[in-house]
Ligand binder design. Sequence first.
Ligand code: OSB
Ligand code: MG
Length: 390
Amino acid sequence: MQGSSKISDPQPETLTPEIKIDGVEIRLIRLPLIEPFETSFGKIDSRLIFLVSLAADGITGWGEVVASEEPRYSYETVGTAFHVIRDFLGPALLNAPLADLNDLTRRFLPVRGHNMAKAGLELAFMDLLARINGVSLAKLIGGERKRVSVGVSLGIQPKISRLLERVERYLNLGYQRIKLKIKPGWDLDVVSEVRRKYPRILLSVDANSAYTLSDQDHLKNLDDFGLLMVEQPLENDDLVNHARLQKVMNTSLCLDESIVGLRQAKLALELQSCRIINIKIGRVGGYSEALGIHDLCYSQEIPVWCGGMLESGIGRAHNLALASLKGFTLPGDISASARYFERDIISPEVTVAADGTVAVPRGVGLGFDVDLDYIEHLTETREQISRLKS
Ligand code: OSB
Ligand code: MG
């Protein structure tokens, strides 16, 4: 890791020499959504949340694996992540003490892929590290912002009128940018309607890979609407066709699914596949890659923003820390807890101020209290991971 992030350059006097992880626990809880969320992949009514906790010397760090139940956004699922953490990644943490984040990342190198599983453990480790050192996560990674700007991601609706209601609701709540999920059959007319009613708002669309390059003439019509960006129009693994599309479109493309690590970010910038990058810690495999991508984009003046995966408050708190880094100049998909859930598992819940910003917590670690009683009440599955027998 290079560049501006403090994490590659820890203060020797504040960081402990070694951390001996003495417990790795994974658990699944189900949080109902206040309304269904629909993307070009399909619709969900509840979120199966995958929590990870790491314990060392009586201190616990919390992380979240953002995988979905079905392999649609990525090949990972809650099931694959459970397997990979239980059988490979978890035991690797228990085998020997950890010096720092780089040490942890190195230990995961033999496992190919499974970024969300890796990231869940990295998040928990970073919360633990922050708590051991008595600092906030944001401070630990060198975040500078006190508040971050946020937008909202609005799913596909049964009718345009329902979408317009939601646009109105979230603008009134202060959200600085509206992102519309699109797919073939729910795109130009919908965007045109929203733009007609709100000529001046920051507006973007996210296709979640629902188109192919053969749709380029159709997609070019999006240039008429003054969009901030078009997110991931084409296939998840296709940097080349995104570069071809970016060449013929005026609107900036933003890549989400395609950027699964620093290497892909470098390639995307070199190929000019996009002009904006969405960083999700889970998709890229953890903080170290996320920070690397941030630093790369910052050095090339490519704006980045923090994506979301309908996280519980634990994942949301990590997103806030990440988005406090100086390169995050566009509003993130970091909604209030109440945008998705009746009740969150942290307290206080994440709230969005009337100016469309969220405070970066200053407390130690995540900076929120983890509501263990509520988590216990919701737990469907839990497993304590044990040491590998040698
Ligand atoms: O593509 O950004 C995406 C949610 C699940 C999977 C993929 C995406 C999303 C969102 C929601 O857009 C963002 C949020 O958490 O608010
Ligand atoms: Mg997206």
